[in-house]
Design a protein around this ligand. Structure first.
Ligand code: MRU
Length: 378
């Protein structure tokens, strides 16, 4: 088997070991993220760069492989990045279980730094690394083998928490959709982006489970096509009618009253509700306002960053120009042309009708409403 794979931007590289391949996306149940074994185990990921044509998993047995998988979007979506990073800490410390505690702590510092530098925008990554850091600090006098076990338990807890948050977001969001509605979504905020059913797509899955007929328009989501490659793949596998459109068609679809609501996910939400999500989300929010449509953001509390007053402070990842000039292996722009490729944009809070969280709805979206909801009961 050829273990070198092709990046979404056409670059070749050799990632973690590819361990399995299913003949068709429709008949595989490959998990998005899976920990194999105990504290000497490894991280198995569904390689999302290959979807929708191939469903292969990769095994990450070193922190470098986990970092590479996050950076190249083999695992992606804010909550999934957080879960992968939490397990990445365990992967990176496996070899240090027999070291003395000082060496173990130094290795923990090095690998959390490596993981923190993999992608800058999704705050769930830093949230998960912080949870792991606190576990190590709490067991300051424990043996490395015991700390490693505690770190694995925490990674599993982060995964389970995320699954529960997705389910609760789905339940809270259901009331926003009526039977017969068609929803427009951007990027992929579904099961492929989380440990559970997703955030934006969890609302759709929950509404369907509640007996409502829901259709979806999926923006293709240039340049890496998470909408057409991933959202259309996962919705169609779950029997939800989905229509793919180019990003530039959203205005027309809204003007033609083909959609009744927009629901998207988020990578980081500032204290005032300004929301970073996949590039193009801000355009969709402006279009929704122009056409009088509700614009909903679905996100767990792990996606909020109350240390940032507003969206201007959210770090926005810029990615390789080749994602635009050589998307999926074909050159589509002149040699040497100047390119700007921010991976995310920020939608101002005033364009967001409501934020759907696992603790309930934030509506209207104000700093006070966010603070009240996030600090209640915690
Ligand atoms: O670059 P990606 O594919 O990681 O971007 C993903 C998104 O922008 C999602 O909408 C967001 O992370 C929410 S996923 C529940």
């Amino acid at each position: 088997m050829d273990e070198a794979t092709t990046e979404a931007d056409g670059t070749r590289n050799v990632p973690a070991t590819i361990v399995s391949a299913a003949s068709s996306p429709a008949n595989t149940n490959a998990p998005v993220i899976e920990w194999v074994g105990e504290s000497d185990g490894w991280l198995r990921l569904l390689d999302q760069t290959l979807l929708p044509c191939e469903t292969k998993t990769i095994d990450c047995r070193s922190v470098e492989q986990v970092v590479e998988a996050i950076r190249s979007l083999r695992v992606r979506g804010a909550p999934a990045i957080g879960v992968a990073a939490a397990y990445g800490v365990v992967v990176g410390l496996r070899e240090s279980a027999s070291a003395d505690r000082a060496q173990f702590d130094e290795q923990m510092r090095v690998i959390t730094q490596q993981l923190a530098e993999s992608r800058p925008t999704a705050v769930n990554l830093f949230w998960a690394l912080d949870r792991q850091r606190r576990v190590a600090e709490r067991s300051a006098t424990a043996l490395p083998t015991d700390v490693l076990k505690a770190l694995l338990a925490e990674a599993r807890a982060i995964e389970l928490d995320d699954r529960a948050m997705c389910a609760a977001i789905g339940q809270y969001g259901t009331e926003l959709l009526n039977d017969g509605n068609t929803v427009l979504t951007h990027c992929n905020a579904g099961a492929l982006a989380t440990a559970g059913d997703g955030t934006a797509l969890a609302v759709i899955y929950a509404a369907v489970a509640a007996g409502k007929m829901i259709r979806v328009f999926a923006d293709e989501t240039r340049p890496l096509l998470q909408g057409s490659r991933l959202t259309a793949w996962e919705l169609s596998r779950r029997g939800i009618p989905v229509t793919v459109i180019c990003d530039s068609m959203a205005a027309t679809v809204m003007r033609q009253r083909k959609v009744q609501a927009v629901i998207v996910g988020a990578d980081r939400i500032a204290a005032n509700g300004d929301t970073a999500n996949k590039i193009g989300t801000y355009s969709v929010a402006c279009l929704a306002k122009t056409h009088g449509l509700p614009f909903y953001v679905a996100a767990p509390s792990s996606t909020f960053d109350l240390s940032l007053a507003n969206g201007e402070q959210i770090p926005i990842e810029e990615r390789s120009p080749t994602e635009i000039t050589h998307g999926f292996g074909r050159q589509t722009a002149p040699d040497g042309i100047d390119v700007y490729n921010p991976a995310f944009d920020v939608t101002p809070a005033e364009l967001i009708t409501a934020i759907i969280t696992e603790r309930g709805l934030i509506r209207p979206v104000t700093a006070e409403a966010i603070r009240t909801l996030l600090t209640s009961g915690s």
